[in-house]
Write a protein that binds this ligand. Structure first.
Ligand code: NAD
Length: 458
């Protein structure tokens, strides 16, 4: 059992390592990123096996959504030299002679705490930013995806000195022990309720936080959408990883005129993806544990099941399910679903859909299916969400040049690509003045100088 003093020891070792200045060397950072990539490639079979055990994740999905994080490593390696270069800043005439630069510098020792739904990728992706920005890192993966947690620990232990990068495995107690320590940044991915606990603990040390949280991401489909492609993209985004995706379309807001066609098409897609019996499909996941299974199973009573609805508690299986006739007050519409259940709500006018979205806390993602450019602009203008994807679902997360994060209840801060580097960096502003010219007008005595200053400032 890890004790508080052992946790403190690792942090001290990391502080000492950070002080050596090694992590500030860009060549060192690139070498570590390459080591990380190589380690992931080498341990791919173990990663695939662990995710199969934790979530029955199909190899294809593990490859694309977990191991695929190596794309972020490649992106960081490609851009790190330009990211780390000091940037020139303009100065005003009264600062002359002199020049200004902005220097990115690492923060120090950072803590990364992750969830169970994409348990590998959601630890490695922030780690890439931490390494690229020159930090030491402590990782606390989710105890609920225990197989992935131990594979991650094994990989990191084998390839990195714990004084530089360490994994601390465990649950809530370990997490609390870590949060009691002083870090230079905490990067947390998880639920909104725990996000608040993390922020409160961080406040005691004035530690900055990035909170990657969840929420109810709406999916609006307007009358002119291409039904077949829309249905396929919604079914994919909703049922991948059995709906346990932070940016899965949470609920459907569909224009009444196309509702039936869209639902028929979604049904066809589910059959195409997983066959008549999704329980037997090698491509369909399972709910992480009994607790989540029981929470989700209750939602099945919140409307009329128009497809799916079958469950098997021995296997934590819930079929891809669509429920209609759902009241906005039903429990399924009060919290993030985070499972394979899609409630459907129809609207006559887009204003109704926008109003429903705006009544709820700001979501992590918003999806809009329409070809109408004016409508696209209107929804962008009149709603707020962490991100938006128009005419697709979930794909926005894969664009390294787009910062990924929430707003309001769905999170604070962002990452991916350059945003990850920024998250784990401090931008130090430096004004560098020349000593050779020293006009006296800013120094006392001020008599007779105010008029001149007023004329200069305007
Ligand atoms: P969670 O908040 O329960 O747990 C996340 C981490 O916090 C785990 O490592 C856990 O051990 C730790 N933890 C739990 N309770 C704690 C406590 N009281 N004190 C300190 N640490 C504690 O989240 P989860 O159930 O693992 O993940 C699901 C949530 O994560 C969903 O809300 C989902 O939307 C969100 N999520 C967000 C993103 C994103 O990128 N924004 C990605 C994936 C998941």
């Amino acid at each position: 059992m890890l004790t508080q003093s052992l946790v403190s020891d690792i942090i001290h070792q990391q502080r000492d390592f950070f002080k050596t200045g090694k992590t500030k060397d860009v060549a060192f950072r690139i070498a570590q990123l390459k080591t990380l990539k190589q380690a992931i490639v080498e341990h791919q079979p173990a990663i695939i096996q662990a995710l199969r055990a934790d979530l029955n994740k199909p190899e294809f999905e593990t490859y694309t959504t977990e191991v695929g994080v190596i794309k972020e490593i490649d992106y960081a390696i490609k851009h790190i030299k330009s990211w780390t270069k000091p940037k020139k800043a303009a100065i005003s005439v009264e600062q002359l002679p002199g020049f200004a630069r902005i220097y990115p510098e690492p923060l120090g020792v950072v803590l990364i705490v992750g969830p169970w739904n994409y348990p590998f990728q959601l630890m490695i992706s922030p780690l890439v930013g931490a390494i690229a920005a020159g930090n030491c890192a402590m990782l606390k993966p989710s105890e609920l995806a225990s197989h992935t947690s131990s594979v991650l620990a094994e990989i990191i232990q084998k390839h990195f000195d714990p004084a530089y990068i360490a994994v601390v495995e465990g649950g809530v107690e370990i997490s609390k022990q870590l949060l009691a320590e002083k870090f230079d940044h905490i990067f947390f991915t998880g639920g909104t309720a725990v996000g608040k606990i993390v922020m409160e603990a961080a406040a005691k040390h004035l530690t900055p936080v990035t909170l990657e949280l969840g929420g109810k991401s709406p999916c609006i489909v307007d009358a002119d959408a291409n039904i077949e492609n829309t249905a396929r993209r919604i079914a994919w985004g909703k049922f991948i990883n059995a709906g346990q995706t932070c940016i899965a379309p949470d609920y459907l807001l569909v224009n009444q005129t196309i509702k039936q066609d869209l639902l028929d098409s979604i049904k066809k897609c589910i059959q195409e993806f997983y066959g008549d019996e999704p329980a037997a499909s090698p491509d369909y996941g399972r709910i992480i544990n009994q607790k989540q299974f029981a929470r989700l199973a209750k939602f099945l009573q919140d409307g009329e099941i128009i497809m799916g609805g079958e469950t098997n508690s021995d296997e934590n299986y819930i079929a891809p399910t669509v429920i209609d006739s759902v009241s906005l007050e039903a429990p399924v519409m009060q919290e993030e679903i985070f499972g394979p259940i899609l409630p459907v709500i129809s609207y006559n006018d887009i204003q109704e859909a926008i109003a429903i979205v705006n009544e709820k806390p700001k979501p992590l993602a918003l999806y809009l299916f329409t070809r109408n450019k004016n409508l696209q602009q209107r929804v962008l203008q009149e709603t707020s969400s962490g991100g938006v994807c128009i005419n697709d679902t979930v794909m926005q997360v894969g664009v390294s040049s787009l910062p990924f994060g929430g707003v309001g209840d769905s999170g604070i801060g962002s990452y991916h690509g350059k945003a990850s580097f920024d998250t784990f960096s401090h931008y130090k502003s430096v004004l560098n003045k020349s000593l050779w010219l020293d006009p006296k007008f800013r120094y006392a005595p001020y008599q007779g100088k105010l008029q001149l200053i007023k004329r200069l400032i305007g």
